[in-house]
Every structure is written in structure tokens, then in C-alpha cells.
Ligand binder design. Sequence first.
Ligand code: AMP
Length: 433
Amino acid sequence: MKTKQHKNVSKEIQSPKGMRDIMNEEYYNFQGFFEKAQEIAMYYGFKPIETPMLEYERVFTSGIGEGTDIVDKEMYTLKTKGEDALALRPEHTASLMRAYIEHGMQTMPQPVMLYQYGPIFRHDNPQRGRYRQFYQFDLDCLGNGKSILDALVIKVIMNILEEAGAQNLSVDINSIGDKECRHGYLKELTSYYRKHINSLPVIDRERLKTNPLRILDSKEIKTKEINENAPDSISFLCPSCKGHFSEVLEYLEEMNIPYNINKNLVRGLSYYTRTVFEIIEEKNEDGSLPLALAGGGRYDYLARQIGSKKDVPAVGVSIGVDRIIAAPWYKKLSPRIIKKPKIYFVQLGAEAKLKSLNVIEILRKAHIPITQSLSKDNLGSQLAAAEKLGVPYVLIFGLKEALSDSVIVRDMSNRSQDTIKLSKLLDYLKELK
Ligand code: AMP
């Protein structure tokens, strides 16, 4: 959650509820995760894309669909001065499909494989692990309906999670069919719930009107009981959806990916077709409940929902990054740019301060990171700072050194020191361990 506010700061100076500043260790944890995820995605041929954080609201209302929590309750919307209705993206998929259609990506070799990373906005009730601005990493294959792509995105996301430190992962998976078989299933499901309407909580009675599939993943205890005997979508699959689903499962078996068919898994959003899945961390040693770390599915009709004349079969997955980096097993992947400085640069006197940035530049060009306190003037306080950080070497640049183009290199382990010409400094540093 939010880091503690400084005690002297007024209550008016704070970030919006459910949104936080990402800094220090947490920033590096995010960056390290993203670099690893990006690297793995690239091995499989995924390319980067970054869509805007704002889209026309209709991209989400027609894409994700009304009757879903995201669109009905959780979207941040705004009217611009020019009366455009925009929304902060509550997920990546509809924006991605909008970009695919807008740029005529159907003329490229299919599938178009893209990854995307960035903030997502949902006006939900903040709690542990649930923010109003959070981060998702997505992988998507657009323009092809083959079952192997469903298996591919599952495999790649499992790899990413495992490289980040997750263990005991399994896939909760279901098929909710396509327009051929969904109709018959929905009819059966609706009539089942109608029979139980008097026992259904109000929220699920509403869903019966707008989006009956949503009742299947209801959190209401009463509904959960009713759901135990609800008709399941797999029994209604048409031959082609049945074939697709069994192929996906066969690929998972071939890769030894454990899965569990969860007939109540529907994943809220109205664009899903056929495969829906979540990657679950199985019960941990500490006894905590299984947690969904990533979720996705096929969305073959989304393109048409947002205005394309043709369907674009596609499949994708999203990882909730905030939850990964907060997990006790997270490996704290280091970003590539982070090198722990081995050198503390100390300067003394106006003449030396004047030339200090030139000396630091020699080191930067040689990719040697340093720590410094250029704004300090006193030798003792600079050395104390170096000592506190446990830096093994200190460069001391004073008047004498500034005039003779040299610098003192002090080994902090035994306090021994050498005076080295600046022109020889890089060679000298190379010899040090
Ligand atoms: P969804 O887009 O709802 O399927 O979520 C995909 C993943 O994003 C989930 O498995 C969570 O890990 C993460 N997630 C969803 N909502 C939030 C939130 N409000 N705050 C933090 N992470 C979230």
C-alpha cells in the first residue's frame, strides 16, 4: 500500500486514494521484472507496443461490454473541452485490438505477436494487493485462431512467473464456446438461474438480466451453492470448440503444465470466446489461499465489437505485476542498469570542484558507476558517507590533484592509497578487483 506520509506534511499533499509513488527498491523491482518479462517475450518472437493511457470511452464500453464491473463501475472517464468522451484504460486488450485495426496489421504476417507493459486504472475499493493504478504486462497473438497460440501464451507467461520466483503454478482453464454453441448454453444457464431466482442475491439477479455468465464467478455464498449444479459450458461445446479445447489441453500435457478444468471460470469480460484461463499459485506452505497471478483467454469477436468489419481471432494474457513484486517469493530481479558503485568520489576545494564533473565523465564513459556528494565541501563528512555505504574505493580529488591532473585512489579495506594520473586512471581501476 502507500508508504507512510511524512509526519509534518499536510493531509492535502497526498496522491489520490489507491494510487502511489513508485520509488526506491520498489521501482527497481518493477523495472527488473519488466526487463526479464520483455527478454523472455522477445525469445518467443513477441514485439513491443505501447498504446495511449487514454482511449475513446467507446473502445472499452463496446469492447469489454456493459454488464461488466470494469465498464459499469470501475472506469475513470472524462469529457475533454472539445466534448470527446475519453477513458483511462482499465485493461490493455481493447486498446491493443483498436491499434491492430487502426494500423491495418491484418496485412502483416499473422499472427501479430505483441507485448505491452504499463499502468491500468480501475476505480475499485483499494485493499491489500488491489490498487486503483496498477501495472500489467500483457502478451497477445492476434490474427490467428489456432489452439497452439492459446498454449503458447500460457507457456510464456508461466516461464515469466517462474523466472520471477513463483513455484507450484497451475492453470485453471475452461472453454466458454463460440457464437455457435454459446447461445444454447446461455439459454440453459438462464433458465437454470430463473428456477433459483428466489434464492439468488440481488446483485446476481441483476446479472441475470445483463450478463448471466458472470453469475458463475459470483463471490456470493448463496450463489456459490447454486452454482454447484449449474449447467457447464463444456457440455454444450460444438464439435469445433470441443476440438479446439482438447488440443489446448493436449499441448499443456505435452509441456507437463499442470491444469485444472474449472467450469465456473468465465473471467467477467464479455469479449472472451473459447479458452479462458488463470495462472494460479497453488496452496502455499504458509496455508494462504491460491492466488491468481495472471489471467487471459481467447477473444475472437472483440474486433467486431469495437467496429471492425471482420473478426480477428486472438488470444492473450495479463500479469498483475504489483502482486508479483510484493510476493514473498519474488526474486528481486535487478534491472540491467543497476550496478552497485564500487567507487565514491570525494572532492576538496573550489579548484577541484570546478573540474570534478570532468573526472566523473571519464568514469561514466568507461561505464564505471560512482557515488558522490558533490554538494559537500568537507573531507570528513564525504569520507564518512563513503564509509557508511561500504564502498571499497574512494577517489580523492583536491587542489594538488586538480593542478597535476591526477587523483588519489584509496583502498578502504586497509586505508592504503596511490596517486594516479587521470590519463592512467582507467587502467589502474581495471587492475583492482
Ligand atoms: P484482470 O485484468 O482483472 O484479469 O487481472 C489480471 C491480473 O491483474 C490479476 O491476476 C491481478 O494479478 C492483477 N490485478 C487486477 N486488478 C488489480 C488491482 N486493482 N490492483 C492490482 N492488481 C490487479
